[in-house]
Design a protein around this ligand. Sequence first.
Ligand code: PAF
Length: 286
Amino acid sequence: MKSVSSLMEMQALADQSRGSHRKIGFVPTMGSLHEGHLSLIRTAREQCDDVITSIFVNPAQFAPDEDYEKYPRDIQKDTVLAVDAGSDYLFIPAAADIYPPGFSTFVTMDGISAVWEGAIRPTHFRGVATVVLKLLQLTKPHMLYLGQKDVQQCVVLRRMVKELNVDVEIFVCPTIRESDGLAMSSRNVYLSLEDRKKAPILFQTLKSARERIDAGIHECASLRREMESLLGSAAGVHIDYIAIIDGETLQPLDVIDRSRQTIIALAARFGTTRLIDNVIIEPALP
Ligand code: PAF
């Protein structure tokens, strides 16, 4: 495993790989690696010749009142985990190199980056899209691996790649969960013991909505009411949103159309910790 911090060196190594007709898989992360990230690295390992994992806590995707400073960082532990999972390169650029003084070019998107997570975190997806485009330019992968847990991020990046003609294929890996169903997230460490016990209610709410849909309930207002009442039953949980939306446009649905992909996503705060989760309802077979 080679650790790289220089942008030019990363590009040269990627050029070398491409020149030898090796398939490059890229896993962008902000570090604090957990099983969710490791499953992306392992999938890239299975599908590609060279696997690059980046660790970069991206200041551009945090608002001034968010947790950029206290975001968990442990490069030594991450290095061991990434190597064990099969990463060939660890790309750890410096913020001053990614965003040199006077940096002024950002990727912004109409519509899908302004709703749901984007409505609550208005500059978040601009930061995500900008850094991911830069990281793609530096690592030159054939395959980009993303986790379904950040489902809106997947939709936003898919749209960016399509509309900006970026020559990379996106592979979305399923959410990895703790044994009680809580989606793995670097932010779970912020939960108090009491809130950690309550947090599985997120996935329970999603699972129960999926069961209701499978049972033939497709009217979204009543599904949302049931979800609100289940999620709201945990004391002290503040619901930011419950979204029953089209898988491509992210527009809210009145009735679930089983011929299209539907996303059920939610965000809730447990004390000061904000968690998100989702399930995807794939189109029913004809
Ligand atoms: O999902 C994340 O960890 C980040 O948003 C990403 C994709 C690494 C960009 O900073």
